[in-house]
Design a protein around this ligand. Structure first.
Ligand SMILES: Cc1cc2nc3c(=O)[nH]c(=O)nc-3n(C[C@H](O)[C@H](O)[C@H](O)COP(=O)(O)O)c2cc1C
Length: 266
């Protein structure tokens, strides 16, 4: 049990006010009973984060931190949460007084004050710019890796080849389907060669993926040719959907496939 140490509420209010100034985040309080839900209090952290001194912004709605690049759907989420008096966490692109952009992890929640007989909103703002930039960088590199691992090479006006190398998981398969779809739509090619020679580990997912790719190409009027067919794949094909029932051409090597296409064109 704690000892009975009591200070007057004026003293504790002072402590709390100072503590809020030092929390290392922006804190604002707004009064939704006033027109346009204006700020009635900001702490020092808010001033440091945004560059706006309290006297400039008290009486204004917080939306002055937004800019053209702020995602409107996220702003709608904030508006709805306020209307429904719900708590919310959202990441918004905001702008400091000097125009610099920062990512604001905004937390808002309603607080009902008995003494005032009304609800206020508290907002806590954290600068998460570095984390967001790191996330953007990671997703950019993942995109790049996915792009480099789907090297579609045009070999004639009517034919391209995709040599698949290494391990192909579901994520990569989906990316391949997307990229091949876009490529064939742009080029309107007649033939698409999928070379499976370099696949390091065969699994049933690849079988399914090849079938989906075939269906996609078929719908787009492009013929699929498979080279480097794996014996394990042939066995899988017998157990699952039989490739031989589809209009797919198979060749042991890319060279043989190209020789066939050349003969066909003569
Ligand atoms: C307590 C509180 C703090 C807020 N803090 C921010 C903020 O830091 N940055 C921001 O872009 N919007 C903030 N907002 C949201 C805007 O004030 C406003 O509610 C939002 O833009 C949706 O309304 P509107 O569509 O009328 O602009 C805050 C809202 C409240 C209630």
């Amino acid at each position: 049990m704690g000892k009975d140490i009591r200070y007057s509420s004026e003293v504790t209010d002072q402590f709390v006010k100072h503590a809020i100034d030092y929390v290392g985040a922006g804190v604002v309080i707004t009064d939704p009973s006033l027109p346009d839900n204006p700020i009635i209090y900001t702490n020092k952290g808010f001033e440091e984060l945004t560059g706006y001194p309290a006297e400039e912004i008290i009486g204004h709605n917080c939306r002055f931190l937004q800019g053209e690049d702020t995602n409107r759907d996220d702003v709608t989420l904030v508006r709805d949460a306020i209307r429904n008096e719900e708590a919310l966490v959202v990441e918004l692109k905001n702008y400091r007084k000097n125009g610099e952009m920062f990512w604001n992890e905004l937390e808002i929640y309603p607080i009902y004050l008995d003494s005032e007989k009304k609800t206020f909103f508290v907002g806590v703002q954290k600068d998460v710019t570095q984390r967001k930039l790191n996330e953007e960088l990671v997703s950019h590199y993942l995109e790049e890796v996915a792009r480099l691992s789907t090297p579609i090479v045009p070999i004639t006006d009517s034919t391209s080849i995709l040599p698949l190398i290494g391990d192909v998981d579901d994520r990569r398969l989906n990316h391949i389907l997307e990229r091949v779809g876009e490529h064939v739509q742009q080029t309107g090619e007649k033939n698409f060669i999928l070379d499976l020679q370099g696949i390091s580990r065969f699994h049933s997912g690849i079988h399914q993926g090849v079938l989906r790719l075939y269906q996609l190409l078929d719908m787009m009027g492009t013929r699929m040719i498979i080279t480097g067919f794996h014996p394990k794949m042939a066995m899988e094909s017998v157990r699952q959907t039989d490739f031989s029932e589809q209009n797919i051409k198979f060749y042991a090597t890319v060279k043989q496939a190209l020789a066939y296409l050349e003969k066909e064109n003569r």
